[in-house]
Each structure stands twice: as structure tokens, then as C-alpha cells.
Design a protein around this ligand. Structure first.
Ligand SMILES: C[S@@+](CC[C@H](N)C(=O)[O-])C[C@H]1O[C@@H](n2cnc3c(N)ncnc32)[C@H](O)[C@@H]1O
Length: 174
């Protein structure tokens, strides 16, 4: 099987998440990550700013009983739950839909700050896509802000030969 960085992302998540854990998929999209997470943990909160993403995923995964859907920006996640062991971000826009509805650096940075302060023991795993303009800005901002997280370590995995390919970022408590 040909392994790529998305495969490594799921391998990393699988190695960290326990069956008793609560996980938040910060960008539900088509729900593939939500579905994967729901199979390996106790409960998933799945957030998306687009109603269509939430409704289509809710319909496709209607047989699953351990997912709570939230139609809002991830910036507001603290309004919905208190405990969470892992925060999973798959940034960017919904493939096949409006590319203008993409995650924005300003929101992503604000949310990462909030998580590291309010959930200092939680893991953060991010897939970032520098192949489009906002994604490029977003990746630079994430790498900059992560330098200021004194209680966390940041591991970045990227293709050495391709600067526009997806990048995996793991922000883990020290
Ligand atoms: C790359 S897609 C996510 C893919 C998804 N994890 C999957 O498995 O299909 C990115 C998603 O982020 C959503 N999004 C953009 N800005 C957001 C925000 N501020 N809060 C929550 N979701 C957001 C988009 O609507 C889009 O559905």
C-alpha cells in the first residue's frame, strides 16, 4: 500500500487516542475524520462552520451514536463542551464546495491559543495545506505561534521536496 502524509496523520491519531477518550474534530467537512475517530474513541464532537457539511455527515453517519455535531466556528468550541483529550484539525476548504469558505489564520491561531491555555493536557493534531494562498499564510502563522507555546512541543512532518504539499503538525504537552 502507498503511504502518504494523511495515512501518517491517522496512524499518529490512532497511537494517541484511547477507547475512553473524548476527541473533537474541529473541521467536520465530509465527515471522514469524524467517522474514523468515532471508531477509536468514546465520544466525538464534530464542528463545522458550514451547515451543509454537518447535515450531510450527520445523515451519512446516522448509525453512529457517539457523535455530537456542532454547526459553528471552531473558535467558539468552549461554548459546547468542557472535557476533551484531543483536538483534530483538517484545515482548508471542503473539497468540491465553495473554496472561499476556508479556515482562516486569525481564527486558527486564536483557537490554538485557547486550547493550549484552557486544555493544557490535550493533544493537538493539525493537517495544514499550504498549496493555496490562505493555507500558506495559515501554516506560517501556526509555525510562528507554536514557538510561543512554552508548555508544549511541536513536531512538524512535511515533504522535503514539495513546499506546497500538506503538512502534519503535532502540538503535544511537555
Ligand atoms: C478540509 S475540510 C475538512 C475535511 C474533513 N475533516 C473530512 O474528513 O472530510 C475543512 C472544513 O473546515 C470548515 N471550516 C472552515 N472554517 C471553519 C471554522 N472557522 N470553524 C469550523 N469549521 C470551519 C470548512 O467548512 C470545511 O468543511
Amino acid at each position: 500500500m502507498r503511504k502518504n502524509i494523511l495515512h501518517i496523520n491517522h496512524q499518529l491519531i490512532s497511537s494517541l487516542v484511547k477507547k475512553t477518550d473524548v476527541v473533537c474534530d474541529m473541521t467536520c467537512g465530509n465527515g471522514y475524520d469524524t467517522e474514523f475517530l468515532s471508531n477509536i474513541c468514546n465520544h466525538v464532537y464534530s464542528i463545522d462552520i458550514q451547515k451543509i457539511a454537518i447535515e450531510e455527515t450527520k445523515f451519512r453517519l446516522k448509525h453512529k451514536s457517539n457523535i455530537t455535531y456542532i454547526n459553528d466556528s471552531f473558535v467558539n468550541f468552549t461554548n459546547y463542551f468542557s472535557a476533551c483529550n484531543h483536538f483534530i484539525f483538517n484545515l482548508g476548504y471542503l473539497p468540491g464546495k465553495d473554496k472561499k469558505i476556508t479556515t482562516k489564520s486569525i481564527d486558527t491561531i486564536k483557537t490554538l491559543r485557547k486550547i493550549t491555555l484552557s486544555y493544557p493536557k490535550s493533544e493537538i493534531i493539525i493537517m495544514s495545506y499550504p498549496g493555496h494562498e490562505e493555507g500558506k499564510k495559515e501554516l506560517i502563522s501556526i509555525l510562528e505561534i507554536s514557538k510561543t507555546f512554552s508548555n508544549h512541543r511541536t513536531l512538524v512532518t512535511r515533504y522535503y521536496q514539495n513546499q506546497t504539499a500538506p503538512v502534519l503538525i503535532w502540538i503535544t504537552p511537555k
